[in-house]
Design a protein around this ligand. Structure first.
Ligand SMILES: C[S@@+](CC[C@H](N)C(=O)[O-])C[C@H]1O[C@@H](n2cnc3c(N)ncnc32)[C@H](O)[C@@H]1O
Length: 180
């Protein structure tokens, strides 16, 4: 079974955005329903809760059973699901820090590798996510300068979208997108 992803720069960039944006969203809707796809260690479920979202409104899933077990042990709703496969209902905020790297012989794990080209998991996420968004719902999605973007950009045209924040690391650049 795969290891649980250890929070890294990508996780923390998403945390920063959540700390900044969730209080604003809660001002408009105090009953905000939150979903994280691929919750891993639960680092951003904790941030969502600390930023004011009620625990009963925080939902999550992962394909990795170990991650599901850990998030549940932290008291969060978490189920095993490949993207939205087992998800029911609609959400005001959906976040995904996806596996975004092209597969290589050293790295084929689903925590970091997003398929042969690296964009496959994100593409499938974008195709499915719309159905699970409330009318004014938002998505925060992370990508990297290593993620091939041409097919993703095409799929993003189905949403209103913009880059919320970008962060240059010495080896790559990270982006968090907002999609509506
Ligand atoms: C880059 S890690 C991020 C983990 C955590 N959210 C964080 O920010 O530290 C990606 C996570 O997505 C999960 N994952 C990969 N493909 C998935 C899929 N198709 N459906 C659900 N989860 C998936 C992985 O198991 C992993 O926990």
């Amino acid at each position: 079974m795969s290891e649980i992803y250890s929070p890294d720069e990508d996780s923390f960039l998403m945390s920063d955005i959540l700390k900044k944006e969730i209080p604003k969203l809660l001002k408009k809707n105090s009953d905000l329903k939150f979903l994280e796809i691929g919750s891993g260690s639960g680092v951003n479920l904790k941030i969502a809760n600390e930023s004011g979202i009620k625990k009963k409104n925080i939902f999550s899933c992962d394909v990795n059973q170990r991650a599901v077990k850990l998030c549940k042990s932290l008291g969060f709703n978490c189920i095993k699901s490949d993207l939205f496969e087992n998800i029911k209902g609609k959400f005001d905020l959906i976040i995904f820090n996806p596996p975004y790297l092209p597969e290589n012989k050293f790295d084929k794990e689903r925590d970091t590798s997003g398929g042969k080209k690296g964009d496959e998991t994100i593409l499938e996420f974008l195709k499915q996510a719309k159905k699970y968004l409330c009318k004014k719902g938002k998505i925060f999605l992370l990508t990297s300068s290593f993620t091939p973007m041409s097919r993703i950009r095409k799929e993003m045209k189905n949403y209103k979208h913009k880059i919320l924040v970008r962060k240059k690391l010495f080896y790559e650049e990270l982006f968090v997108w907002e999609l509506m």
